[in-house]
Design a protein around this ligand. Structure first.
Ligand SMILES: Nc1ncnc2c1ncn2[C@@H]1O[C@H](COP(=O)(O)OP(=O)(O)OP(=O)(O)O)[C@@H](O)[C@H]1O
Length: 304
């Protein structure tokens, strides 16, 4: 099939359309209610987010994509309660949130485990913070380690684990506090491609087993399409919702689907959207295009 024959990404196969209908009938666990964020500096203001309105349904998997500077980090920090909104509000299960809370768990990009605690104690940390006594916290931690397949590493320390394993512990620790929503901020972007795919599959397996709603920020369009039920596309300056895409892929997802017409059409559409924001992109790379590298070698023969 040639490129111009690719199916319209909006055409959902019947099973996916039915699943989307079911998801939409569920309550919204997380509501982003007309959220705006302005960073005021001495000389100017940056409108990082403007009037973001979006609801995430129970057990839905939403990915947020957009070019650098479109407000992805600001949005997830607001959802986590680490940043205040300028306008609008965030609701979890219909209740406005002010600041961080146990109803929202977070997994960051870099490994954030406590290096002086073993794996089990790292997972116990969030449970004990909730007031659970130690023996029960240990029992629950072991259960979560089983969920992420690391029960045999309970007494290992973070530095003894690979990057992927450390992120699995971070996921277990976040889930152990029994949040309603799991917020993931570029959580797999420090991993190599193979480990990343494994982690994506692990995450979807875990998500299928438990009552958790996921919001996942990523730069990687393949990752967004592979994981999400819906993709929220943000455009920069100011950060606004450009489009919400319903991913036309059946579940359970398999890596082979990345070569399907539906996947490729969705990716082509997303790439086109993000390319169209070009003129508004973040200015951090200013000058990169006309940068000329000075010649730092004396070898100038024709074997270049
Ligand atoms: N603390 C801050 N003070 C001032 N401006 C900020 C602050 N944090 C973010 N911004 C600005 O808000 C806008 C959105 O930034 P944000 O980091 O949320 O974007 P992003 O999409 O996460 O970018 P990236 O993909 O590069 O991480 C940018 O213009 C950024 O410069």
């Amino acid at each position: 099939m040639t490129e111009h024959q690719l199916p319209d990404y909006r055409t959902l196969p019947a099973d996916v359309a039915e699943r989307m209908e079911q998801i939409k009938q569920r309550d919204c666990v997380l509501e982003i209610d007309h959220v705006g964020k302005v960073f005021a500096q001495k000389r100017h203001q940056t409108v990082a987010l403007e009037d973001i309105e979006f609801g995430v349904h129970r057990r839905e998997f939403v990915c947020v994509v957009g070019p650098s500077g479109c407000g992805k980090s600001t949005l997830i920090r607001i959802l986590a309660g680490l940043e205040e909104t300028t306008t609008g509000r965030i609701l979890v299960d219909g209740k406005p949130v002010n600041g961080p809370g146990p109803d929202r768990g977070m997994v960051f990009q870099k490994y954030t485990l406590f290096p002086w605690l073993d794996v089990c104690r790292n997972v116990m940390f969030g449970i004990e913070m909730g007031g659970t006594e130690r023996a029960e916290a240990r029992r629950q931690a072991m259960q979560w380690l089983q969920v992420v397949g690391l029960e045999h590493f309970a007494t290992s320390f973070p530095h003894q684990l690979s990057g992927g394993m450390q992120q699995r512990v971070a996921i277990a620790r976040a889930l152990a506090a029994r949040p309603r929503v799991l917020l993931m901020d570029e959580s797999f972007s420090a991993l190599d491609a193979e480990t990343r795919l494994k982690m994506q599959n692990y995450l979807m397996e875990i998500w299928r087993k438990i009552d958790i709603t996921i919001v996942f920020i990523t730069h990687d369009l393949d990752e967004a399409i592979y994981l999400a039920d819906r993709i929220l596309v943000l455009k920069p300056r100011p950060g606004r919702v450009e489009e919400v895409i319903e991913v036309p892929l059946s579940r359970p997802r398999r890596a082979a689907q990345m070569m399907s017409d539906e996947f490729l059409a969705t990716k082509a559409h997303l790439e086109g959207l993000i390319r169209s924001f070009g003129d508004n992109a973040e200015e951090t790379d200013e000058g990169a295009d006309d940068f000329t590298m000075p010649l730092l070698t004396l070898v100038t023969d024709k074997a270049e």
